[in-house]
Design a protein. Structure first.
Lengths: 368, 179
């Protein structure tokens, strides 16, 4: 049963969703534009008997996450771009040790300290590695406050299911905006046994005492490490098979397809409506998981004879466009529109490009 | 009503963000879709503050407003900046207690009301943007006074309920300026 809709800030909803998903452990360090996640956790964890630590740094926070996840508990940290860069060592270790954890990145403009306004410049970092070694994070990109809630709950389930780090990737707009959210009375929490957890000599369900477990990411012997890597790759293959999620808007008969995630998909929805009023059929494929990327869905849309071209819209210099182009595989042109530094594209900017593409003009994929 | 949008702008501390949130709550009370998006730069009391509110019967596309139906300004720099972001035929409402300039556009509707004086008489400056929302609601029908009142009783803790009559008084004073 869904409860009555309440108006809440995106960042607060992430924290509330985590608590509803059974997360009783939060470690973080403040940074705009995600600090409200911490504020909410600081207030609530005390009330519900959970653990909240404002760590001395992002590095400390991510390693507290490592320890907590290793002990078998649901755990989350959150930050924004520069802070997420600092966490990358820990994220790689979590991947190596196959620990379930949720990391939230409310992206701001970079590189460096950059600015505090919305951006999507961390797409490569989130989906292609970020830390060292051959690993993958599941990366989820919600596009509304309601989705922030539902997908944060889902993030904890996916993390446990695959013993994998799940990153929620939003941006300053999504974190700071308020929208109505309807919470469920009860969350669909998948109970997962964690026989691998390093919880000392804890008792199992049948009353026997478990031997000590070791959680590690170090494998000095090359054959053992290679075998470990093969295991990881097998797992990633299964995730790629089972977990891509996406949303399609007006794809049928569309002449131009927008690809956009999160905030850019919101702006693009208005563009689709405006274009329809001008008699131009525009559709959109919105990746919800950035990894695994919904390549098959995009490839299928590219096969439609109605589709003349793609327009990829991002808050960066063109990052997801590489995955879109790989999926489209040269069958249709893929153009780009991006803004950076915390600026958002206007509907007019996107619409102008769509009109030009629709007229058959050659549109360079440059930056505005 | 599809994607009715308003930008509220002024100084930090004038109650701009709260007033925008109260308008959004009233629309939510009516079962509408709403979004509220604040400027979140390094703002502080005396700095600039603004927020965009979108109200719609359908799921809202963008929470980011570039061409608003209504712009409410409580200081001169905001008026200079946001007058440009009004749709042709849109409504510009300014606090004439604080802004002494005239709009540069002639393709918009314009209301100058002494919102800060109204607020001052009611005992708190934060009633100024509320009175301007009253004016907007009366002029456009974007939210009903009744839903504003009922939503206040829902969202405010009881210890703040004594402020509701003054909020309604501010709304009513503002509504008198509607064109």
């Amino acid at each position: 049963m869904a409860q009555k809709r309440v108006l809440m800030k995106g960042n607060e909803v992430i924290a509330e969703a985590a608590i509803r998903a059974g997360c009783r452990n939060y470690f973080g360090y403040p940074i705009t534009p995600q600090t409200e996640v911490m504020h909410y956790m600081a207030k609530k964890m005390v009330q519900i008997g959970g653990n909240f630590v404002q760590a001395e740094s992002e590095l400390a926070a991510i390693n507290m996450v490592y320890g907590c996840a290793a002990a078998g508990f649901r755990v989350m940290t959150s930050s924004s771009s520069p802070g997420i860069s600092l966490k990358q060592e820990g994220i790689s270790y979590i991947a190596g040790a196959e620990l379930p954890a949720v990391v939230v990145n409310i992206v701001r403009g970079g590189p460096g300290l950059g600015g505090i306004l919305p951006a999507q410049g961390d797409y490569f970092q989130a989906t292609k590695g970020g830390g060292h070694g051959d690993y993958r994070n599941i990366v989820i990109a919600p596009a509304s406050v309601q989705e922030l809630y539902e997908l944060t709950v889902e993030a904890f389930n996916l993390a446990d299911k695959y013993r994998n780090l799940v990153m929620i990737m939003g941006d300053g707009t999504l974190g700071q905006m308020m929208e109505p959210v309807a919470f469920r009375d009860e969350e669909p929490i998948a109970a997962v046994e964690k026989p691998w957890a390093a919880c000392g000599r804890c008792k199992t369900a049948d009353g026997s005492v478990r031997p000590h477990n070791t959680v590690t990411s170090i494998y000095i012997d090359p054959d053992t490490l290679e075998a470990k890597n093969r295991e990881l790759q097998e797992k990633y293959k299964i995730i790629e098979e089972n977990e891509p999620r996406w949303d399609e808007v007006n794809v049928e008969d569309a002449e131009v397809i927008i690809t956009a995630f999160s905030t850019c998909s919101r702006i693009s929805r208005n563009v689709i409506r405006q274009a329809a009023e001008m008699g131009i059929k525009v559709g959109m494929v919105r990746p919800i998981t950035l990894w695994p990327f919904p390549s098959k869905a995009i490839a299928k849309v590219a096969e439609q004879s109605s589709v003349k071209a793609f327009l990829d819209v991002e808050l960066n210099a063109g990052q997801m466009i590489e995955d879109v182009r790989l999926a489209v595989n040269g069958t249709k042109p893929v153009y780009f529109h991006g803004r950076m530094g915390g600026n958002l594209p206007t509907q007019k900017e996107i619409l102008d490009k769509i009109v030009r593409i629709h007229n058959g003009e050659k549109v360079e994929g440059g930056i505005v | 009503m599809i994607d009715f949008s308003v930008i509220l702008a002024g100084f930090g501390g004038q109650g701009i963000l709260s007033a925008g949130k109260m308008a959004a709550e009233a629309a939510l009370y009516e079962g509408k879709e709403v979004s509220w998006f604040p400027s979140y730069g390094p703002e502080m009391r005396g700095g600039t503050a603004n927020c965009s509110v979108v109200i719609s019967d359908e799921p809202i596309g963008s929470p980011v407003v570039n061409d608003a139906d209504v712009v409410i300004c409580l200081n001169q720099p905001s008026m200079e900046k946001f007058e440009k972001q009004l749709k042709p035929g849109g409504l510009l409402i300014i606090d004439s207690s604080l802004i002494k300039i005239q709009p540069t556009r002639d393709d918009i509707k314009f209301v100058a009301m002494n919102a800060s004086d109204i607020a001052s008489e009611l005992g708190a400056m934060t009633y100024a943007p509320i009175s301007m929302i009253g004016c907007m609601a009366e002029a456009t029908g974007c939210i009903k006074r009744e839903s504003f009142e009922k939503s206040l009783y829902e969202i405010l803790p009881e210890r703040r309920h004594h402020m509701i009559p003054n909020n309604l008084a501010a709304w009513d004073k503002g509504a008198e300026f509607a064109v």
